[in-house]
Design a protein around this ligand. Structure first.
Ligand code: FES
Length: 87
């Protein structure tokens, strides 16, 4: 379990183990564009302002994942207690 913060509104959403970040955000009323929901298409690509994503996609290159400034919230999770997203 970890928290995701929406930078534009300050909204903090807790993501439980059974939900993806995209699902948890949707339940909180935050609309994300998703398509494949498997980390393949790149539709849900979101900028990360703070925190360290736990990348589980197969869309970003290793270099892009290591930069930790963007991730795919349909399948990836968080290594840090909080991720701040540019949403
Ligand atoms: Fe396809 Fe997230 S919806 S990568």
């Amino acid at each position: 379990e970890f928290d995701v913060e929406i930078a534009s509104t300050g909204l903090v959403v807790t993501v439980p183990p059974e939900l993806s970040i995209a699902q948890a955000l949707e339940q909180a009323g935050v609309r994300l564009m998703t398509s494949c929901e498997q980390g393949v298409c790149g539709t849900c690509l979101t900028r990360v302002l703070a925190g360290q994503p736990d990348h589980r996609d197969s869309y970003l290159s290793e270099e892009e994942q290591a930069a930790n400034d963007q991730f795919l919230p349909c399948c990836s999770r968080s290594r840090s207690a909080r991720l701040v997203l540019d949403l």
